[in-house]
Unconditional design. Structure first.
Length: 446
């Protein structure tokens, strides 16, 4: 068994890897700048975790795991290099885990793409688990009904979310690679935009035994290779007879013109039709009995931070959503409008990264059509330097939206008096906007 030390162990991705290793019998330690529920869960499994980074935290015989966010001047990283320890990026660790899973004859299904990879990997993990297949998985978010983002079990499936943001998706060799969609994003890494993204994914495709693609997505259509396709028409797997209602969505899934199954999901929006289609297609290609797993689709309420209801205040419902790209925001707001009506939607948008807001400014301007009211906060920098003129205030002015500056406590304080019964507040972004519901609830209790 190995010994592993995680620098910044409390993040959603790092904590999932640590949990998987702990459940597989390895020794795990780590550090982070603040305590969290993820750290508590790891401690309960036996991890030794220190709050604060120090060279003294690093075991002398450990493999050290870092993420892209860890800088060269981190004292634990410096110490690991002094000791000559093996240093893995978190993608290297996931790659090692996936290889071990395949050596144990597990089927490795990787979900990727610009949007939807957390939901598709989580949905796949969820229905396999509920159907009794005992899957192992490392997902990019908490599966609410399973209360975890990772687990190691003895079944024949290994499911993982494969991140493309830093190009590390090329490291993996999945049995089945699912590509949900491709759009311009992470332009701080992909300097040339789509050509760089396509090049990276073409490499990932070449490493995969079988590849499923969303044939309706223009970005995915730029890829080269032999693919199994899914979509609403002109694909190997298609969704037909789609019907939306207040309590969910129903549709039929066809495989090469023949009815495969009929499904019912709680989730709204056409993007969740695609997400479900991606998962069922992948499992069908893996040989799973679709009539066993499909019965558990309706129990899936969505991933943590994906249109997740966080509180209700005197008839005002507050949701949290990780959407931080124009396409994701459109999808979330369209689904919310279908369910609640556009006039009730109050979208509170925290732009994530100055580089993303600058590069996709015009796309963001067209992302809020399905909201009755739009509020924009300050940009969440995510360690980036400011860019002249790229501010939440200027963006709000450009789209004739409201602007509220300051931290989330201040945003909540100024927002709450303006809300009315029947409003559906949706916090949108990948930063501190996730605390909006908690701050609103706290003010209500004071």
């Amino acid at each position: 068994m190995g010994i592993y030390h995680f620098i910044a162990i409390g993040g959603i991705g790092m904590s999932g890897l640590a949990k998987y290793l702990l459940e597989n019998g390895h020794t795990v330690s780590g550090s982070d700048i603040a305590d969290s529920k993820y750290i508590k869960a790891l401690r309960d499994l036996g991890a030794k975790i220190t709050i604060g980074h120090s060279s003294e935290n690093v075991p002398e015989n450990a493999t050290v795991i870092v993420s892209t966010a860890i800088r060269e001047n981190n004292p634990e990283l410096i110490r690991a290099k002094e000791l000559g320890l093996k240093i893995y990026h978190r993608s290297d660790m996931l790659n090692e885990i996936s290889k071990s899973a395949q050596e144990a004859n597990k089927i490795f299904i990787g979900f990727s793409g610009t949007h939807g990879k957390t939901t598709t990997s989580g949905l796949c993990s969820y229905i396999l688990d509920k159907a009794g297949f005992e899957p192992s998985f490392v997902d990019g978010g908490i599966v609410p009904e399973l209360h975890t983002n990772a687990q190691h079990k003895g079944g024949k499936y290994f499911i993982a979310e494969l991140d493309e943001s830093d190009g590390t998706i090329v490291k993996y060799n999945p049995d089945i690679l699912v590509i949900n969609n491709l759009e311009e994003d992470h332009l701080d890494f992909y300097k040339n935009g789509m050509p760089d993204i396509v090049k990276t994914f073409n490499t990932a495709v070449s490493h995969s035994k079988k590849v499923l693609i969303n044939n309706d997505n223009k970005g995915v259509q730029l890829l080269s290779g032999k693919f199994i396709t899914y979509g609403l028409e002109n694909a190997d797997y298609t969704a037909k007879n789609i019907k939306y209602s207040a309590d969910g969505t129903t549709f039929d899934i066809y495989c090469k013109g023949q009815l495969l199954t009929s499904v019912r999901i709680q989730l709204s929006g056409v993007h969740n039709v695609y997400n479900t289609l991606a998962v069922i297609s992948a499992l069908s290609e893996s040989g799973a009995d679709i009539n066993i797993v499909k019965d558990y689709l309706y129990g899936f309420t969505g991933m943590g931070r994906r249109f997740q209801k966080v509180c209700e205040l005197n008839g005002i419902e507050v949701f949290d959503d990780y959407a931080h790209h124009p396409t994701e925001i459109k999808a979330t707001l369209n689904a919310a409008a279908l369910k609640f009506g556009k006039e009730h939607i109050v979208a509170v948008f925290q732009p994530h990264r100055y580089t993303r807001l600058k590069a996709l400014w015009n796309e963001f301007k067209n992302a809020f059509d399905e909201a009755g009211r739009v509020v924009v906060t300050d940009v969440y920098a995510a360690s980036e330097d400011k860019i002249e003129g790229v501010t939440g205030k200027n963006f709000a002015s450009d789209i004739n939206a409201e602007y509220i500056g300051g931290d989330m406590k201040e945003v909540a304080k100024l927002l709450l008096p303006t809300l009315k019964k029947g409003d559906i507040v949706i916090g949108l972004g990948a930063g501190t906007i996730t605390a909006l519901g908690k701050e609103l609830e706290h003010l209500e209790l004071v």
